[in-house]
Design a protein around this ligand. Structure first.
Ligand code: SAM
Length: 280
């Protein structure tokens, strides 16, 4: 029998595969997500996110984790032509490709599972939007180890996510599953899928990441979104791993010690050692 964690991760990917063709409606407040008079506040907060990203200036070699249909890939391409988009859903990557193909030929689309993907190089910036809340709590610390392993020394992170707020909950109500870590989502194929949705306030996010050795400032845009930016500052104290991660859990233990598999990496100046030590 398949590991329960693997099964649930597969279910989450399956949901986004089915949803890819209509995903942009959520971001653009169209169709089922059209909220009339309240759309403008949503769009205004999205514009604030774009301003923050501009101030961050994500230049150099950028990795976008779980890039999806390209809502933010498009924005990243304003600052750099060197973007690698990783996503597990080929349908989402296809939408992304359609959206971004005319902008640059240097974008790389990679279909892969972020919990097992081995980066072939290190990046100046790692970016992800509306992804962190989908990371299972058991894999959270390991995920951040992976992010650390994807970055060059001094590399930076920028992330965007949903904010826990009454206004956001009222605008897009979720169907509870009985635990406060996941929700049930009805997909266009008529099936319901369980996905993780772990919302954190900017303060909670800052604290949990600080414990893992990251120095990220996090802020709300208003009612709907948060953004955070920063770097890895040191080896964290909170990177012990809980049980239940299955094969990825074992891997997570490995990465929680600050080691990255460098087998496929070039022995260039970008990846000088045989293990990926957390950057001071
Ligand atoms: C909420 S969407 C966010 C998409 C995009 N970042 C955006 O801002 O529109 C989450 C994305 O995560 C991808 N995803 C889900 N599980 C994944 C995994 N294990 N590895 C990589 N991508 C995954 C889905 O295919 C989907 O495109």
């Amino acid at each position: 029998m398949e590991d329960p964690m693997d099964e649930r991760l597969a279910e989450q990917i399956a949901y986004y595969r089915v949803r890819a063709p209509e995903y942009d409606a959520w971001a653009n407040r169209e169709g089922d997500f059209d909220r009339g008079d309240r759309n403008e506040a949503w769009h205004e907060e999205k514009r604030r996110l774009a301003v923050r990203l501009r101030e961050f200036w994500p230049t150099g070699n950028v990795l976008e984790i779980a890039g999806g249909t390209g809502q933010w890939t498009e924005q990243l391409l304003r600052y750099t032509p060197l973007v690698t988009v990783l996503d597990a859903a080929p349908e989402a990557l296809e939408e992304n490709r359609k959206r971004t193909a005319r902008r640059t030929e240097m974008i790389r689309y990679v279909q892969g599972d972020v919990f097992t993907w081995e980066p072939p190089e290190r990046f100046d910036v790692v970016f992800f939007s509306y992804w962190l809340s989908h990371v299972p709590p058991e894999l959270f610390a390991g995920f951040w180890e992976r992010v650390g392993c994807c970055l060059k020394p001094g590399g930076r992170v920028f992330l965007i996510d949903n904010l826990p707020s009454d206004e956001a909950e009222e605008l897009d109500p979720e169907t509870p599953t009985g635990d406060d870590m996941s929700v049930l989502r009805l997909a266009p194929d008529g099936n319901s899928y369980r996905v993780w949705k772990v919302l954190r306030s900017p303060e909670e996010l800052h604290k949990v990441l600080f414990d893992l050795g990251w120095d990220l400032e996090a802020f709300a845009t208003g009612d709907y979104f948060l953004w955070a930016q920063g770097t890895r500052s040191r080896l964290g104290t909170g990177s012990r791993v809980g049980a239940g991660g299955g094969s990825r859990g074992a891997e997570h233990e490995h990465h929680a010690r600050g080691e990255c598999d460098q087998r496929d990496r070039p022995t260039s100046a970008q990846a000088p050692s045989s293990t990926c030590e957390p950057h001071p």
